[in-house]
Design a protein around this ligand. Structure first.
Ligand code: NA7
Length: 553
């Protein structure tokens, strides 16, 4: 066996996972498809890419020394700084030597007789391990539209995920942005005043509100450092894993004036406050949601000068917050500029990409650059891209063809020793991601330690436990307005066959971080009820005797 544990993916989750493994002396490696570590923050280099989480709630919490030395320069830090941070973490803890880059895993097959996983890497190697830990990312498979003629375009074009690593000259250029999700909204706000001409092709508008970013001074950072314990304690008790706590007053218990007073305050506050410090009914009650959505619509009308454009930027098919809320900086003001225009492709659809630009049903547009901000094959896409086969050669892709089914979002029946610290239906997808992944990584690592103590070398979720969890996840969607939305939270993606509207995929656990953590801790406390273990001998499963090395602290 080549390794006890192979971790796939060196993003935020994979970096912490390998840290935990090497600290335990486990013989482990990380295989990463990209040219370097960082996952989301390695790939997404488009202008405007930044956290919507407060930076100091996004960083890892596991090391006091790390918290004490890192200065987040902005309340919502941008991609270059975020990538520097992740590299700093890897270097500080000596993790880079446990990572292999440009190693795309094509297949992972479980060998039942030998109780090991056999991984085929695109470089031609086959590697074996006892445990495979998949930290593949939630949004790591970008999806492009399927317009005729896309390859014929003579200018430059790229998905935001593949924004070039070298600087892209934008000054004086005619630029198209297709897509107005969280990514498109960040790009548009950032480049509007840097390009010659910008045309935004919008199929559906998204509700969006100001990020209200600001720099963090030395003094403010010192204060944050002194409060880190409180900050993380707050994140741990809030549903989203943020500092934002919902307003616990009933929507209809307070007067309309009091509601508007709250919204006026929240609109000026940083980050997801407008979404997560709001009344809880926003997420579950159509009328409450409609009233708040109309409040935001008025804000858009006030900010966008041309009333026709303003109306086009106001969503009609869903209410505020039932899709992931993009946070914006100067987004709506971009449309007040002479060099920016909006094309509503629900009215005049894109017919094809031409050699020189884009043809809609109304006219031709010429461009130097086309930016596809068209989203991702979310959550299960990265799993579908690997040929994963479990007991009896069963394909995970086929098992999940209509949507995922998991135990706690971390294990799958029929796929022993495959762990997903931040898998589909885990607590991470719907929360402040690093807070969720630290929990998931710790839980998976504790499970490995438990197995070592008990001499187990095989762990598999029972069919019944997986069924119970998945039904629980599905039931929670029933209460949420989000179940009706065409968004990646429900598995909708018009560019991926089978992901059409109306075929809900139950991707995320909606019970909130505290309940999720309580549940998984309870499972652990009950000797991992719901998991069947194999190999009752006392032989160590981690190969410590094999002389595995430790990461330098
Ligand atoms: P999203 O939120 O999935 O947004 C994708 C956008 O691209 C959205 O506006 C789509 O319109 C649009 N789109 C997708 N396909 C097409 C085609 N074929 N034609 C026209 N327009 C299209 O992805 P993001 O990258 O913005 O955000 C993903 C997450 O990254 C985000 O939530 C954060 O967590 C970070 P539609 O709404 O489907 O009509």
């Amino acid at each position: 066996m080549d390794y006890e544990v192979i971790v796939i993916g060196a993003g935020v989750a994979g970096i912490y996972q390998i840290k935990r493994l090497v600290d335990l002396g486990i013989n482990a490696t990380v295989l990463e498809a990209g040219g370097d570590l960082g996952g989301t923050w390695y790939w997404n280099r488009y202008p405007g890419a930044r956290f919507d989480s407060e930076s100091y709630t996004y960083g890892y919490s596991f090391s006091r020394a790390l918290l004490d030395e890192w200065h987040w320069k902005e309340k919502f830090s941008g991609q270059p700084e975020n990538l520097r941070y992740l590299n700093h973490v890897a270097d500080k803890f000596g993790l880079r030597r446990f990572m292999q880059f440009n190693c795309r895993v094509d297949s992972a097959h479980y060998d039942e007789a030998a109780n090991l996983w056999r991984l085929n890497v695109a470089d031609g190697r086959t590697l074996t391990c006892r445990f495979v830990i998949m930290t593949l990312g939630l949004l790591s498979i970008p999806t492009l539209p399927r317009f005729a003629g896309m390859d014929s375009f003579k200018g430059r074009s790229f998905h935001t995920f593949h924004w070039p690593h070298e600087p892209v000259e934008l000054a004086g250029k005619k630029v198209a942005v297709i897509g107005t999700g969280a990514t498109g909204i960040q790009v548009i706000g950032e480049i509007a005043d840097k390009v010659g001409e910008l045309v935004v092709f919008q199929r559906r508008p998204n509700w969006s509100a100001p990020l209200n970013n600001s720099p963090i001074s030395q003094a403010e950072m010192a204060d944050i450092r002194a409060r880190y314990d409180d900050i993380f304690a707050t994140c741990a008790r809030t549903p989203g894993g943020f500092e934002h706590e919902p307003d616990r007053r009933g929507f209809y218990e307070v007067s309309r004036e009091e509601r508007v007073a709250l919204w006026d305050r929240l609109y000026g506050q940083p980050g997801f406050a407008i979404w997560l410090r709001n009344f809880r009914e926003i997420f579950t009650n159509e009328e409450a949601n409609a009233e708040f959505s109309e409040y935001i619509a008025e804000r858009i009308r006030r900010r966008v000068k041309d009333p026709v454009t303003a109306e086009k930027l106001i969503p009609r098919d869903h209410g505020f917050g039932v899709q992931r809320v993009p946070m914006e900086t100067n987004y709506f003001e971009a449309y007040n500029r002479d060099n920016v225009s909006l094309v509503d492709i629900s009215e005049t659809p894109i017919e094809r990409v031409t050699e020189t630009g884009i043809r809609t049903s109304a006219r031709d547009y010429d461009f130097d650059i086309i930016v596809y901000a068209t989203g991702f094959d979310a959550i299960t896409g990265a799993f579908d891209h690997i040929d994963i086969k479990g007991v009896g050669g069963e394909s995970l892709r086929e098992r999940w063809v209509d949507g995922p089914s998991t135990f706690l979002g971390m294990l799958i029946h029929g796929f022993p020793n495959l762990l997903m610290p931040a898998g589909p239906q885990s607590g991470s997808a719907s929360t402040n991601y690093p807070r969720g992944i630290e929990t998931g990584v710790n839980w998976c690592t504790d499970l490995l330690e438990y197995m070592r103590e008990h001499g187990h070398d095989r762990a598999e979720a029972t069919e019944a436990a997986e069924k119970r969890w998945t039904e629980h996840v599905v039931r929670m969607y029933a209460m949420m307005l989000m179940r009706k939305a065409k968004s990646w939270f429900t598995g909708y993606n018009s560019n991926v066959p089978g992901h059409e509207q109306g075929r809900i995929r139950y991707f995320v656990y909606n019970g909130g971080a505290p309940k999720y953590v309580a549940t998984i801790n309870d499972v652990a406390a009950k000797d991992y009820e719901g998991i069947e273990f194999g190999g009752g001998t006392q032989r160590p499963v981690h190969g410590l005797a094999a002389g595995a090395s430790r990461a330098a602290e």
